[in-house]
Design a protein around this ligand. Structure first.
Ligand code: CP
Ligand code: NVA
Length: 309
């Protein structure tokens, strides 16, 4: 179903395609753990364009390609002619002549859309200012492992900045039939157009998408509580101001007392302890959070195998 397609946003995926990715991710994870060879991309090459920093994304895509029998090229913005102003549309057409797929992490989402428009190989969004779909698909896999395969009706409460993660959670929870609530300061709500589209997607699966300001109300009886940095990449200059604005949105023990007793806490990492999450909460939920980090590898292998295979 996904062969030859781009993976820019969970909104573009059908419910069945989300299921296909999660099912293959679980299968590849089991095979990797059992030492069973799964060279689904033998002889293929992925180009990885990074215009922002990364630990998890870079390592998991690169190792993932290797485990699938292919290879990955790390293409830093500092070294590419793209960084000196070569147009995206030319870069896309040139790279399409050498590679079998492109993964890109950048600022404006429009850059990824343009790259995909001009490339004739699959393009995978590895984070933009707007969306982080690979992370949220990973999180759905991780929730399945900890809460059971049927995600329908589970309540996820996101607390903090309405950012690229929040936007992608809205799309992911809508496709999965979940109840999604985000508590953010009024001026930091997730993207309005993404919210509108996610609400539309939600009507197809029985999901719900709710935005509010009160973190305690959002977290009430939640099965999953999730947060992310208060200052995303590119917002470093606002960090000090944001620390003051977001102080009431910290995920700490007191806030979690409103959640379901069996709540799991998730964080895409990197985490800023003492800001969006306390040290004790992060460490108490480290098993889930580091499963989440590991699952980037398995989920992205599935995405690459399905789109580039
Ligand atoms: N969660 C995530 O995308 O991490 P990196 O920025 O380290 O890739
Ligand atoms: N919202 C964060 C996610 C990092 C993985 C950022 O964009 O910096």
């Amino acid at each position: 179903m996904l062969k030859g397609k781009d993976m820019l946003s969970i909104h573009d995926l059908s419910v069945d395609e989300v299921e296909e990715i999660l099912a293959l991710a679980a299968e590849l994870k089991a095979k990797q753990k059992a030492g069973i060879r799964h060279h689904l991309l033998e002889g293929k090459t992925l180009g990885m364009i990074f215009e922002k920093s990364s630990t998890r994304t870079r390592v998991s895509f690169e190792v993932g390609m290797y485990q699938l029998g292919g290879q990955a090229l790390f293409l830093s913005n500092r070294d590419l002619q793209l960084g000196r102003g070569e147009p995206i549309k030319d870069t896309a057409r040139v790279l399409s002549r050498y590679l079998d797929g492109i993964m890109i992490r950048t600022y404006g989402h429009d850059r990824v859309v343009e790259l995909a428009e001009y490339a004739d190989i699959p393009v995978i969004n590895a984070l933009t200012d707007l969306l982080h779909p690979c992370q949220v698909l990973t999180d759905l896999l991780t929730i399945r492992e900890h809460k059971g395969k049927n995600l329908k009706g589970l309540k996820m409460a996101y607390v903090g900045d309405g950012n690229n993660m929040t936007n992608s959670y809205m799309y992911g929870c809508a496709k999965a039939g979940m109840e999604f609530v985000a508590a953010t300061p009024k001026a930091y709500q997730p993207d309005a157009e993404v919210t509108r589209l996610a609400k539309e997607d939600a009507t197809l699966t029985g999901a719900s998408i709710t935005l509010m300001e009160d973190p305690e109300e959002a977290v009430r009886d939640a099965d999953i509580v999730v947060t992310d940095t208060w200052a995303s990449m590119g917002q470093e200059a606002e960090h000090e101001e944001r620390k003051k604005i977001f102080a009431p949105y910290q995920v700490n023990k007191k806030l979690l007392s409103y959640a379901d007793k069996r709540v799991i806490v998730m964080h895409c990492l990197p985490a800023y302890r003492g800001e969006e999450i306390t040290e004790d909460v992060l460490e108490a939920h480290a098993n889930v959070i580091f499963d989440e980090a590991e699952n980037r590898l398995h989920t992205q292998k599935a995405i690459m195998a399905l789109t580039m295979g």
